[in-house]
Design a protein. Structure first.
Length: 72
């Protein structure tokens, strides 16, 4: 599984005992959500597949790409 830039940063911030006391988990989670949206938008722009769904799941191709690339 690949790691996004925000996930990498969050892991390093949380690993530092001094910094981790100042890290707001809600902000990190929102940043991860925003990054996912950006990755999906870039995927859609690159392959122009925004309207294509996988019949078995009802998900957009970009959502499946993100899950397969970053969530396995």
């Amino acid at each position: 599984m690949k790691q996004t830039a925000i996930e990498w940063l969050a892991a390093h911030l949380n690993a530092d005992p001094f910094i981790s006391t100042y890290v707001n988990p809600e902000m990190i989670n929102r940043a991860i959500e925003m990054e996912q949206e950006q990755i999906e938008n870039a995927f859609n722009a690159g392959v122009n597949s925004e309207d294509f769904f996988y019949p078995s799941t009802g998900k957009l191709e970009c959502e499946i790409y993100y899950e397969e690339t970053y969530r396995k």
